[in-house]
Design a protein around this ligand. Structure first.
Ligand SMILES: O=C(O)CCC(=O)C(=O)O
Length: 257
């Protein structure tokens, strides 16, 4: 699916857009599932707005923005378990991360038309720091995305250092406005891979079109957390290769009811 020069590009720039990872039917199935999750969340009265709060936009603008953002999509619909371990995905992951790849978590990020949420520029690293920095996000596009409907923006080469975040949440918005990023327009079925140190964000969706993305986060099976700050169900599932550590396959945790 990708060539050695693509791997070199990823290592140098911290991101890689891979076209046509999912076909039209697969995209259509995921769109239906995303829409049904939103309906079930509403029926369960758990349809909260997950737009990021903060001082990166004026308060009157921020309060209008909406994000349908739910974690653990592969627990809601089997279509996402199939997608996150799809052969086209693992073909890319095994080259960008290494032979033994684990899921870290999954989520959906739906920006509704006209008032879809923005993401201030940030690195994902502070949320779940790991020893070897193999962690990456694979953002699966379920709609064509461009600047107007809030496509992802990245700062090429920014994955080479860890930057101080405002309250560990996002980067100083004056120093790192979203406009400082390179817009990464993409078509439905394309996947943007970016390292968890790559600075990224996205502007609001001001268009009349929805922007639906599903994001899978992955790491190498030999890359361990340096802090226990993030736990999601399904973390550590092997998506390709083998787990070299027989006695570290599951984190040691206690379920408290
Ligand atoms: O989907 C987007 O526009 C950005 C998502 C993001 O930055 C994140 O979830 O960390």
């Amino acid at each position: 699916m990708i060539k050695p020069q693509d791997v070199k590009f990823y290592k140098e720039n911290g991101y890689l857009l891979v076209r046509g990872v999912f076909n039209e039917d697969e995209v259509a199935a995921m769109r239906t599932s995303v829409d049904r999750i939103i309906q079930r969340a509403a029926a369960a009265k758990q349809d909260a707005n997950h737009a990021w709060q903060g001082d990166y936009l004026p308060p009157e603008e921020l309060k209008k923005l909406v994000l349908k953002g739910f974690h653990d999509v592969h627990y809601h619909d089997a279509v996402f378990l199939q997608a996150l371990s799809h052969l086209n995905m693992t073909a890319v992951l095994s080259q960008l991360i290494g032979p033994n790849v684990q899921l870290h978590h999954s989520k959906m990020l739906v920006k509704p038309p006209e008032n879809g949420a923005a993401f201030p520029m940030h690195q994902d690293h502070p949320y779940f720091p790991h020893e070897k920095h193999t962690m990456l996000a694979a953002s699966v596009h379920l709609d064509d995305a461009d600047f107007d409907n809030g496509c992802l923006h990245v700062i090429p080469g920014s994955h080479k250092s860890s930057l101080p975040h405002v309250g560990k949440h996002y980067l100083d918005a004056k120093q790192y406005p979203i406009s400082a990023g390179l817009a990464c327009p993409a078509s439905a079925g394309d996947v943007l891979f970016f390292n968890y140190l790559t600075v990224h964000g996205s502007p609001p969706n001001r268009s009349e079109r929805t922007r639906r993305n599903v994001l899978f986060q992955y790491r190498s099976a030999d890359d361990f957390p340096t802090e226990n700050v993030h736990f999601d169900w399904g973390m550590g599932l092997m998506v390709c290769g083998e787990n070299p550590y027989f006695d570290k396959v599951k984190p040691k945790y206690t379920i408290v009811s």
